[in-house]
Design a protein around this ligand. Structure first.
Ligand code: UD1
Length: 443
């Protein structure tokens, strides 16, 4: 054996075989199949007969060993589509990534596509670029649902995930659950069992469809378990893991606290109201949006109002000539969507939230912030029974705001398992179902 540069040359008397050829030979024979155990055998078989660079040989073997391990990992597709999905998917992505048995792959359906409604949030949540982007965009419910199904079916057929995790209740949630169920790929619904009992809401239809066909139902609260049982779901499918949005908040709490959005906007912490609205039932018609704008102007007489508006809402305000009415009041700040950290900085600093969002009802309950929800019902009743939430109408907003400003709002408490450890519980549950590491899924 002679040394040439950094390479060790193994000499064979009859011929000199180039190292690449050697690589190809062991690739084709043993190392790929038997991995490290085979390494010594291959060396023993070939010592003195082939020429190689030991460095190259080891690098290649390491590469092959790691790609072999990858091939054995349990492949989990995490479906993210719209703004509220990202903070549910991110903690699970990070928790699965940290295991040595799962390979999480992010599938972005493209239901939300504006930078601040999508990419900026994923960046805040430290999630890398999606592995698959379906680019479906906006459309009618049928167009959006059908578009996601057509595109995702192709991804599933090409990539064959072991599991699919769908989150929340948006159109893409139901669409991807349908694709998985029909291809016999086990589907998990994260945030299962929530019910508003209002089938006029597209989200309620999505929840019912998804829960009916999912193999595993990860719920956030006892009411969700009860809803599922009442619909005849077998107990073996239901696993209460808690509220995963809280994990995202806790993961970024320090950064959120440093962001100081209230200061940036010249607001005094605790002395402003934060508003978000986007439900079609509130913002798609002048008969509903008009009285809400009047109620917000009333609130602006009491304290500064920061309205972070969804594109749908801005469109409604413009179409019904309400935007100028609202913004002409110096105490109202109308902002376009902002990313997660900056938005949560506004939430943690506010004295009261006025909203129709599902996620904000939960976040305010967790943070102990009074929440006035402009809806007739909620699929998250625990935020009312245990938390700081109350359902209100435009007409009763002022009255309820006065209670908040008087400091007489109920304190509330955090529901069990809303503790920042939900992703860890989810991973534990999944690992149990996967069975022995490297085994096939057992839904
Ligand atoms: C969707 C979800 C809703 C969720 C909400 C969070 C469904 C049925 N609805 O409602 O459950 O609470 O997301 O925001 O899945 N648009 C943009 N840029 C975007 C996305 C949307 O301008 O990035 C505009 C488009 O004009 C679009 C409209 O907003 O038509 C509504 O978007 P869409 O995704 O259809 O529903 P959301 O109201 O966002």
């Amino acid at each position: 054996m002679v040394r040439s540069g950094s390479a060790f040359i193994l000499r064979r008397p009859a011929a000199i075989v180039p190292s690449k050829q050697w690589s190809k030979r062991y690739t084709a024979t043993r190392v790929y199949q038997y991995d490290w155990a085979a390494l010594s055998t291959v060396f023993a078989l070939n010592a003195g007969t082939y020429v190689t660079s030991v460095h190259e040989c080891f690098a290649d073997i390491l590469r092959r060993c790691s790609s072999r391990r990858k091939a054995e990992l349990i492949k989990v597709h995490l479906i993210a589509a719209a703004r509220p999905n990202f903070m549910k998917v991110a903690p699970l992505y990070h928790a699965l990534k940290a295991t040595d048995w799962a390979q999480p792959l992010l599938v972005h359906t493209g239901q939300h596509y504006d930078y601040n409604m999508s990419d900026a949030i994923l960046k805040d949540l430290r999630v890398p670029e999606p592995d698959f982007h379906l680019g479906v965009g906006s459309g009618s419910h049928a167009e959006q649902t059908g578009g996601v199904m057509i595109a995702y079916e192709k991804v599933c057929e090409a990539d064959r995930p072991d599991w699919i995790v769908v989150v929340g209740d948006v159109n893409s949630t139901a669409a991807c659950a349908l694709v998985g169920a029909k291809l016999w790929i086990p589907v998990i619904h994260l945030e299962a069992g929530l019910r508003s009992r209002d089938r006029r809401m597209p989200e309620e239809i999505n929840r019912l469809v998804t829960d009916a066909i999912a193999d595993v139902l990860w719920t956030p609260s006892p009411d969700a378990d009860e809803n599922l049982r009442a619909e005849g779901v077998d107990d073996s499918k239901i696993e209460r893991i808690g509220n995963i949005m809280i994990d995202s908040f806790e993961m970024l709490r320090d950064i959120i606290e440093q962001a100081n959005m209230p200061g940036e906007l010249g607001l005094t912490p605790g002395r402003y109201a934060l508003v978000t609205l986007h439900r079609p039932s509130n913002v798609d018609a002048p008969e509903t949006l008009g009285p809400i704008v009047d109620a917000l102007l009333g609130a602006a007489d009491e304290l500064p109002v920061v309205f972070v508006a969804h594109p749908r809402t801005i469109k409604g305000l413009e179409t019904f000539d309400l935007k100028d009415t609202l913004t002409s009041n110096a105490n109202v700040r109308l902002l376009e969507p902002i990313p997660y950290v900056r938005f949560m900085s506004l939430v943690t600093g506010t004295g009261v939230v006025i909203t129709d969002s599902g996620g904000l009802q939960e976040e305010t309950t967790y943070l102990g912030i009074p929440c006035l929800t402009l809806r007739e019902n909620t699929e998250r009743p625990v935020t009312v029974t245990m938390g700081t939430n109350k359902l209100v109408e435009a007409e009763s907003l002022g009255r309820n705001l006065a209670i908040v400003l008087d400091g007489k709002w109920h304190q509330g408490e955090r529901p069990p398992l809303w503790d920042g450890n939900t992703a860890a519980r989810a991973v534990e549950c999944l690992e149990k179902r996967v069975g022995s590491r490297g085994g096939r899924p057992t839904p």
